[in-house]
Design a protein around this ligand. Structure first.
Ligand code: SF4
Length: 193
């Protein structure tokens, strides 16, 4: 998946919201969510992500089309089991950087930190945000909050290459920016190391 195709798949458009509203309406009337999503498959292929369904639900409740309904909302949310423990995982990736290891099985992609490929959501989010830790964390927190997941207790996973091979000042800056993103929504963005 390229950065452009990932952005296209994850951008909320009026067309996607219109489809999402139809799916929410059908699920509210008792249709199976999988059946409804497949019946309204997207033109390039695939089905709407559940974040779009939650956005449509919120819009429909706000404009009075739908009465707030927690059981319906729970059906629309993405993988609620992910936060059943009360701890929500946020994954961030470090910038592309060489690793002193020479392991032959380890993937290499010049756009990614060593050992990661840009074909999974966390990796693509890192690429989308130029591996800026603050932007990655805020983006993920916003996404999780929009999906109704709790964000008051976070497990932060820092992925990428070999952490100990990065410069010490980069490591300190990266971790500090993650904590700033977790604890204050809008601090100024300092230069990227
Ligand atoms: S990231 Fe790990 S597996 Fe990959 S080359 Fe470095 S040490 Fe080996």
């Amino acid at each position: 998946m390229t950065k452009e195709s990932w952005l296209a798949a994850n951008t909320l458009t009026p067309e996607k919201i219109a489809i999402a509203r139809r799916v929410v309406d059908e699920v509210n009337r008792g249709r199976d969510i999988g059946d409804s999503l497949r019946a309204h498959a997207l033109k390039p292929g695939g089905v709407l992500g559940k974040s779009f369904l939650v956005a449509a639900y919120n819009e429909m409740v706000a404009d009075g089309t739908l009465a707030a309904d927690t059981s319906l909302f729970d059906k629309l949310r993405m993988k609620p089991v992910r936060t059943l423990s009360g701890v929500t995982t946020v994954t961030v990736l470090t910038k592309p950087y060489p690793c002193p290891g020479k392991c032959i099985f380890c993937p290499t992609d010049v756009r990614m930190p060593k050992s990661y490929l840009p074909d999974e959501p966390g990796a693509m989010r890192g690429l989308e945000h130029n591996f800026d830790p603050y932007a990655q964390v805020r983006s993920r927190l916003t996404q999780l909050e929009n999906l109704g997941h709790p964000t008051d207790k976070i497990e932060l996973l820092i992925l990428g290459g070999t952490w100990s091979s990065y410069r010490r000042d980069y490591q300190e800056w990266f971790v500090a920016r993650c904590f700033e993103a977790l604890n204050s929504p809008n601090p100024p963005v300092p230069p990227y190391l």
